[in-house]
Design a protein around this ligand. Structure first.
Ligand code: ADP
Ligand code: MG
Length: 291
């Protein structure tokens, strides 16, 4: 057997939670002069930060919010995000009008990750999480707020500040002048939506907030049925069905053009929204000439 001192060392290590399997190790350990340390799961808990997990899921989504979250993550963790440490995502699912989800694997661990608006908190058992997120939203009334839920726990809240297009107010004014009553239809929360409505000259009391994608479709259907042929302007993400049934579905061409173009009658190949009201005017003129 091993010398008593060695046996004692093994026992002492064991009481400290370290299993020394071979007696030789007791002799070798004192001679160690260098040490290699693994990072993920060793120096770190192997518990990837929620922003990175959210970004891993969002990389698979085409929503404009996804791009914002991915670039936020790249900005925070640098190139490591894109190279060695990029986590694998399985079972990715778009949650239209809500967010996205997936199982993010890093090393041997897997976490279920949900990213999106307040609705992702329905997957959180702790009722405190909902009031915490509601408070967070109140602190950022003009922003699009995003929650990150990891394994059923609220881990991160993000406030994303979107920019209103410079001629958005102008197109609203012109649509009004043309008798094409503009209203905003958004899946975003009321506070963030109201802010954009007011800033672009829309009457918030006739706008719709927290809409599901089906709600936009239903709004278009209602307009059409009540003798008010509708134009629907959207980016094709979460509004493709509304674009499809509108008298004139107009897709913003910059993003996901291929997806939107299928369900749209017109594609804006410019980011100048005013071109839309100009088109209405020139088509009216063309029809008038034809008569
Ligand atoms: P909008 O109608 O304003 O274009 P959407 O219907 O596309 O908005 O989305 C509605 C809301 O759902 C967003 O404001 C956001 O809170 C949430 N959401 C949708 N997709 C995502 C995503 N990929 N990541 C995070 N949040 C998302
Ligand atoms: Mg949209």
């Amino acid at each position: 057997g091993a010398p008593l001192a060695t046996t004692c060392a093994i026992a002492a290590a064991a009481t400290r939670g370290v299993l020394i399997k071979k007696p030789q190790t007791v002799e070798l350990l004192p001679s160690i002069r260098s040490a290699g340390l693994d990072k993920t799961g060793t120096l770190t808990k192997g518990d990837l930060d929620p922003l990175k997990m959210a970004a891993a899921v969002e990389m698979k989504s085409a929503h404009p919010i996804s791009a914002a979250i991915v670039s936020k993550a790249v900005g925070c963790v640098g190139e490591a995000f894109e190279t060695a440490d990029e986590p694998a995502v399985k079972k990715f699912k778009n949650l239209p009008g809500v967010g996205a989800q997936g199982n993010v694997s890093f090393g041997s661990k897997t976490a279920s990750v949900l990213v999106g608006n307040h609705r992702v908190l329905e997957a959180v058992a702790d009722p405190g999480a909902r009031s915490m997120f509601a408070n967070f939203q109140r602190c950022h009334p003009h922003d699009t707020t995003v929650a990150v839920v990891v394994n059923g726990t609220l881990r991160l809240g993000m406030a994303l500040n979107d920019t209103i297009r410079s001629d958005a107010a102008k197109v609203v004014e012109e649509l009004n002048a043309l008798g094409c009553e503009p209203v905003m239809l958004t899946g975003d929360a009321e506070a963030a939506g109201r802010h954009v409505a007011i800033a672009t000259g829309l009457d918030p009391s006739v706008c719709y907030f927290s809409m599901h994608p089906e709600d936009k479709h239903d709004w278009v259907q209602k307009q059409e049925d009540s003798g008010k042929p509708a134009l629907m302007l959207g980016d094709g993400i979460n509004d493709a069905t509304a674009l499809a049934i509108a008298s004139v579905g107009v897709a913003m061409g910059e993003t996901s053009a291929a997806l939107a173009a299928n369900s749209a009658d017109m594609v804006m190949m410019t980011d100048k929204l005013q071109r839309l009201s100009q088109c209405i005017r020139l088509c009216r003129y063309a029809v008038w000439i034809e008569r």
